[in-house]
Design a protein around this ligand. Structure first.
Ligand code: ZN
Length: 518
């Protein structure tokens, strides 16, 4: 007797159909063989399916059972195939109805079965539900059976009926038509506008540091990467943490993209199936290469993809080492990261704003009015040299963060809130959207190439002498020059100005690097 059930694999962030075929034959000793799964996973799946079937009031056939997961060349991993294997075994042994040997039961036809079984027959939370259900939608598959816990996530996809399954026994009764499972009713409000999203850190929480907050506003407006330099305890981390709250809110389509990344990473909960906040990721400098950019035998997203559409914060930047920083160059350029494997490469999105922080010197007190720096000039130079030049080249805004005086720390007056600042950021972003409407690759000022800088960064006549003077006195390289112009463009956008005036340029020059870069 042969039976089939459909399921799904996830490769990168994409679902791929998997057919589970089960053949049961008589004669010889009872054997249970699974082909098409990596070795280690096979035995575990066999034990779970056998126990789950027995503990669900069904009979595990003591016959020759062969399970084939097709296509064979697709890399399948993980326990998500437990449920379709169990269903196909029960169909092949005629314990749940199947209209013909090749067809499936009416209610199992045109359905995907997804989920890991526990030994008692319960269904467990399974990673990657969202991309799998998205595939069902794409292939016009009418319904999906998912672990009850994952139903809210599955229901983010429109047009697919989601059956929340608590246990194999419950699903058997459903397929018999005895006790139908009620399809999950999606929470429509989830997909509504997200005006209520609250961020844990607000700019109003930052005391003093007005010029740093201004730099953050400029960075957010033009999507410029930013480097903060200052002594320990000056609040660099808190300021970085407020950045997601001043960026434009995630659109629904952006939110779904981010949610897919968190889904395959096993970081989605039933309570919050949709990621609504812009991510903030702060990997430690000891994070492995794979942890940072993604990797593993079955490639998983790294920190730069978990930061997609949000902020990647690199604290103590010089500690990250040349290699770690070198791998960020390409993603910063392309907004994606490609992980190559013998069986094909996988691409994850990685469009993030980078905020980095560093001490001014190894001891942290260079330039501090109250504490003396104990570092030798050569150790300071070595410390700054640890940052890769090409990476610094992608950071448009450098700002110094001094320690805040005690009076300002105890000032009870609240500063501007993130919502106030975000309103101005949105205005500047609107101008950029109009500016780059005809160019598919560029959406923000930070992404402008040399040709676009020439085209869009016109200086007013009054700003020309300042530019000439700055070029001579500061000896800016051509690239440094472009960075200044891009930031000046953003400052002019914030001011609602068509052309870049002297005050816009003067402010942009303040954000040029203090660390030695080309
Ligand atoms: Zn020092």
């Amino acid at each position: 007797m042969l039976a089939k059930a459909s399921s799904c694999a996830v490769v990168g962030l994409e679902g791929a159909l998997v057919e589970v075929e089960v053949d049961i034959s008589f004669g010889g000793l009872p054997v249970f063989t699974i082909v098409g799964l990596p070795d280690a996973a096979v035995n575990e799946a066999k034990e779970r399916v056998r126990a789950a079937v027995k503990n669900s009031g069904a009979i595990f056939p003591m016959k020759r059972i062969t399970v084939n997961l097709a296509p064979a060349d697709l890399r399948k991993e993980g326990p998500a195939y437990d449920l379709p294997i169990a269903i196909a075994v029960l169909m092949a042994s005629e314990q749940i109805p199947a209209p013909s040997v090749t067809g499936a039961v009416a209610s199992a036809e045109g359905a995907l079965f997804l989920g890991e079984l526990s030994l008692d027959g319960g269904l467990r939370h399974t990673h990657g539900i969202l991309p799998m259900v998205a595939l069902a939608q794409e292939r016009h598959i009418a319904s999906v059976y998912v672990p009850a816990e994952d139903a809210p996530e599955a229901a983010l996809v429109e047009g697919v009926t989601v059956y929340p399954v608590e246990s194999l026994a419950q699903l058997i009764a459903h397929l018999h038509g005895e006790r139908p499972i009620t399809p999950y009713a999606p929470d429509e409000s989830l997909l509504d506008a997200d005006d209520g999203v609250l961020y844990p850190f607000d700019l109003a929480d930052v005391r003093g540091q007005e010029h740093v907050k201004r730099a953050l506003e400029v960075a957010a407006s033009g999507a410029h990467n930013m480097l903060m330099s200052g002594p320990p305890g000056s609040g660099k981390t808190l300021i970085a943490r407020t950045l997601p709250s001043v960026l434009p809110r995630l659109t629904l389509s952006e939110a779904l993209d981010v949610t897919k990344i968190y889904s395959v990473s096993g970081m989605i909960s039933a309570a919050q199936p949709l990621v609504r906040q812009r991510p903030f990721r702060s990997p430690h400098h000891t994070t492995s290469h794979a942890g940072l950019v993604g990797g593993g035998r079955f490639p998983r997203p790294g920190e730069i993809s978990l930061a997609h559409r949000g902020v990647l914060f690199l604290d103590e930047l010089p500690e990250f080492g040349q290699n770690a920083l070198e791998v960020l160059r390409q993603p910063l350029e392309d907004h994606v990261v490609t992980i190559s494997r013998a069986q094909g490469s996988v691409t994850f999105p990685a469009n993030f704003m980078m905020v980095a922080a560093m001490n001014p010197c190894p001891c942290g007190f260079a330039g501090d009015p109250t504490r003396e720096c104990t570092c030798s000039p050569s150790s300071v130079a070595r410390y700054q040299k640890r940052i890769s030049g090409p990476l610094l080249d992608r950071i448009d805004i450098h700002v110094e963060v001094p320690r805040v005086e005690y009076e300002k720390l105890t000032d009870r007056r609240l500063g501007e809130t993130s919502a106030d600042v975000r309103a101005r950021v949105l205005g500047a972003r609107d101008r950029q959207t109009q500016r780059f409407a005809g160019s598919p690759r560029t959406t923000t000022n930070a992404e402008m190439g040399p040709a676009e800088v020439r085209r869009y960064c016109d200086l007013e006549a009054t700003a020309q002498p300042l530019m000439r003077a700055a070029a001579q006195r500061l000896q800016l390289s051509a690239r440094a020059f472009h960075r200044v112009l891009k930031v000046a463009r953003t400052i002019a956008d914030l001011a609602g100005a068509e052309t870049i005036g002297a005050p816009h340029l003067a402010e942009a020059l303040q954000y040029r690097p203090r660390v030695d870069v080309g």
